[in-house]
Write a protein that binds this ligand. Structure first.
Ligand SMILES: Nc1ncnc2c1ncn2[C@@H]1O[C@H](COP(=O)(O)OP(=O)(O)OP(=O)(O)O)[C@@H](O)[C@H]1O
Length: 275
């Protein structure tokens, strides 16, 4: 169980994360929502120790995350793999090598330079790519792929770390509706099949509602909502997003919802024309 107790992170006078206490049971799929600057990215970065809390504790079983360094810190970062909005692939390398990088982490760069990977690693990378429906692109350079394909490669790379937690920081923010849906479905499938905990920041409410079992709403560094999608009322959405509430609800990033909306609009237009 991943536990945060009274966690606070400041940047100068800004309190990015303010006295947050919560926990994540293994295997949950959690969406973190909130307006820009609410503290969502910082929360994820604290868990992964890309940032260190000023106050409070983050623990996972016996691991005291704030106290880790050296190999133990690298092992923790491998255990909670991070996925970013901008994919962070190495453009000039092929897809397979990008995925293999996940296997060795950042600790040893030499095998990457010389592309020394074991047959088992290569087989596992191919299996990971196949799960993400990206095997046929294995030998393509990363920068020849679409954004959605790159994100699926990034997920395959994360899987090579054999993580127990995946932290996804706005994984679909740069994607069109179809690719956003493919990426969210991939994360959901991994969560279900491998029982990997997924904690993902999402800037649209519909994606959080459609794919997550639990939603955490942040505002000004605080967690102000923590519940199921059904428990998220309009009043609470207003509190979480403030003036941005309408945009957050309106933006349909998942194609299912976008398609339903489009179908509804087309149907409405046809009815209007018929009358
Ligand atoms: N490295 C940093 N240095 C200074 N201030 C920072 C840093 N990282 C975050 N902040 C500040 O902390 C606050 C929370 O930022 P954070 O990126 O966590 O919010 P967010 O909810 O993820 O926003 P967005 O959706 O725009 O990414 C913001 O006021 C931000 O400017």
């Amino acid at each position: 169980m991943l536990e945060l107790r009274n966690v606070t992170k400041r940047f100068g006078d800004t309190i990015a994360v303010n006295d947050v206490s919560t926990n994540f049971a293994p295997g949950q799929m959690v969406g973190v929502i909130g307006r820009s600057g609410a503290g969502k990215s910082t929360l994820l970065r604290l868990i992964n120790r890309l940032a260190t809390a000023d106050e409070g504790q983050i623990t996972c079983g016996d691991v005291n995350v704030g106290k880790l360094n050296g190999n133990a810190l690298r092992a923790w970062r491998a255990q909670c793999a991070m996925i970013f909005q901008q994919f962070n692939l190495v453009n000039r390398l092929d897809v397979l090598t990008n995925v293999l990088i996940g296997r060795i982490g950042n600790a040893r760069t030499l095998p990457v330079i010389f592309k020394h990977f074991s047959t088992t690693d290569r087989a596992n990378a191919a299996i990971a790519l196949d799960r993400l429906d990206m095997l046929s692109q294995a030998l393509q350079r990363a920068d020849t792929l679409s954004g959605g394909q790159q994100q699926r490669v990034a997920i395959a790379r994360a899987l090579m770390q054999k993580p127990s937690i995946i932290l996804a920081d706005e994984p679909i923010a740069s994607l069109d509706p179809r690719n956003a849906r493919l990426v969210m479905e991939a994360l959901r499938a991994i969560n279900r099949q491998d029982k990997i905990t997924v904690i993902t920041n999402l800037h649209t409410l519909d994606a959080a509602r459609a794919y997550c079992d639990r939603i955490i709403g942040m505002a000004h560094g605080h967690v102000i909502f923590d519940g199921t999608p059904d428990q998220l009322t309009s009043a609470m959405i207003q509190q979480i997003y403030g003036d941005d509430a309408e945009t957050a609800v309106d933006e349909s990033l998942t194609s299912t919802i976008a398609a339903t909306g489009a179908a509804r609009q087309t149907g409405q237009r046809q009815m209007e024309m018929a009358h």
